[in-house]
Design a protein around this ligand. Structure first.
Ligand code: ATP
Ligand code: AMO
Length: 434
């Protein structure tokens, strides 16, 4: 395929070989057209039946939809062709024939449910609007990486097979590691802190996290992509600034570089970068505002976690991204620092999109004694975490950070109904393959 030309690069006057999928065949009688599609677009191949070799016409027009074909010929200007040019073929080769019966219609004319789409991702990704989601996801990850680098962060990769959980014992996937109990990592939490405490100071990681969530919802995955940040000499306000900058960078990059994709998704007119600073609302104020909406059957009391309904009520009330700060200590993990002047309040924060939580973060407990106390208060055995806690005895600076759900970012940014639409091969309760 060395001499292959992308359809988007085929210019009038060129002799080209284009290769791709049979998108459509339109037979008008004396003349017929094969629309060939590749990663860059589509091109019309013209078959004038009376003027062309019968074998050539038969091969081209006999190809089943979605077969892979390679066509060589001259490119000419043709205003009536969908892209303004067409190829008059000199040869047509069927590279890989498709079955005439397809489990999914890539033209999108026939609707398919999400489950059928996920079972046939290869065909599903042939639709412009599906490909657009993953082009945008790729652009978001690039923009996020670039922005972290501007913030002087080093990209790290931490182990996904680990000895201890960090985000609650019930959501762990256990595995056997050479006869020993081990787990799939729920979060790079402890590792990113250990590296922030080295001279590296500021780190980020984009990688998989594994959560054995029992529930089946449109916004939970059992394998998700976490965008993590950790910075030495940062407090929770600094971490919130970084979270705001990263989310904003994602929107800016999509506006700047993804206009075709937004158009494919029908979003070109109403896509906007969230403006200004995201409001920072204390947990206490949040529950007052939620109760005041009158949307909940039962009023929230101090110490309650925010239910999905509560988040939705507050999201509607605020109308854009916002932070919830100063959460009750008892509902935040052991590594989050409490306020010294009020130990019932933590430095933990969440960044919310009106539809759902995007980020959790906070300032970390970097004082060895307090950290050990925190384990004990939460009923955890500090000895199991010795690999982590011992480093707090050798010069651990104050530090803060956050975790941002990559799929939730894509989902909320594009208004996708289901988080599975933002993952190529989602893992959920029902889905272990493909
Ligand atoms: P022939 O062209 O061999 O005389 P025909 O009578 O089937 O056979 P046309 O009358 O030229 O073909 O065209 C049929 C239809 O196809 C018309 O609607 C015409 O506008 C359209 N058409 C013809 N050539 C092209 C082209 N190169 N690209 C797009 N549409 C075309
Ligand atoms: P948390 O558990 O809140 O915090 O996770 C951080 C963010 O990751 C995303 N997320 C998920 N997305 C899809 N499916 C899931 N099952 C899922 N679980 C989490 C969410 C969430 O806000 N260690 C802390 C972060 C920190 O303090 O740095 C943590 O993991 O968007």
């Amino acid at each position: 395929m060395q001499d292959r030309t992308y359809t988007a690069d085929a210019e009038p006057g060129d002799d080209v070989t284009v290769a791709g999928w049979v998108h459509e065949i339109r037979d008008l009688g004396g003349i017929a057209f094969l629309i060939l599609r590749d990663a860059t677009g589509k091109i019309q191949i013209k078959f004038e039946k009376d003027e062309m070799d019968d074998d050539l016409v038969e091969t081209g027009l006999g190809a089943a939809r979605e077969s892979v074909v390679s066509v060589s010929g001259a490119v000419e200007e043709e205003p009536r062709a969908p892209t303004g040019v067409e190829v008059t073929p000199e040869s047509v080769e069927i590279v890989s024939a498709a079955d005439p019966e397809l489990p999914l219609d890539p033209s999108g004319k026939v609707d398919a449910d999400l489950s059928t789409r996920l079972d046939n991702r290869t065909l599903d990704l042939r639709k412009d609007q599906v490909q657009a989601v993953f082009e945008i996801r790729s652009e978001i990850m690039r923009a996020v990486r670039d922005r972290f680098r501007e913030y002087r962060c080093t990209e790290i990769n931490t182990p996904k097979i680990v000895a201890t959980g960090t985000e609650g014992g019930t959501e762990l996937f256990p595995i056997t590691y050479f006869g020993e109990e081990a787990f799939m990592n729920q979060s790079p939490q402890l590792f990113k802190q250990l590296i922030a405490g080295s001279n590296v100071e500021r780190v980020f990681e984009i990688g998989p996290i594994f959560r054995a969530e029992e529930h089946n919802t449109p916004r939970h995955l059992n394998e998700a992509t976490s965008i993590d940040f950790e910075g030495a000499f940062c407090d929770e306000a600094d971490a919130m600034d970084v979270a705001e900058g990263i989310v904003t960078a994602a929107y800016e990059a999509v506006v700047e570089n993804c206009s075709d994709e937004l158009k494919a998704l029908g979003l070109e007119d109403d896509f906007a970068v969230p403006d200004g600073e995201f409001p920072r609302i204390s947990y206490e104020e949040a529950i007052e505002r939620i109760n005041a909406t009158g949307e909940l059957d039962d009023q929230l009391v101090w110490g309650d976690d925010l239910s999905t309904e509560a988040e939705r009520a507050l999201g509607q009330d605020v109308g854009g991204h916002y932070f919830v700060t100063d959460w009750p200590s008892e509902i935040k993990p052991f590594y989050i620092q409490d306020h010294d002047d009020d130990p019932d309040l933590s430095t933990g924060f969440d960044l919310m999109h009106p539809r759902m939580e995007l980020v959790s973060g906070g300032q970390r407990e970097h004082r060895h004694e307090k950290l050990i106390e925190g384990f004990e208060q939460q009923g955890l055995d500090p000895d199991q975490f010795e690999y982590y806690t011992k480093m707090f005895r050798y010069g651990m600076p104050p530090h803060a950070g956050f975790g941002l759900g990559g799929e939730r970012l894509v989902m909320t940014l594009l208004g996708l109904e289901n988080i599975r639409e933002a993952v190529l091969f989602p893992r959920d309760r029902q889905r272990l393959s493909p």
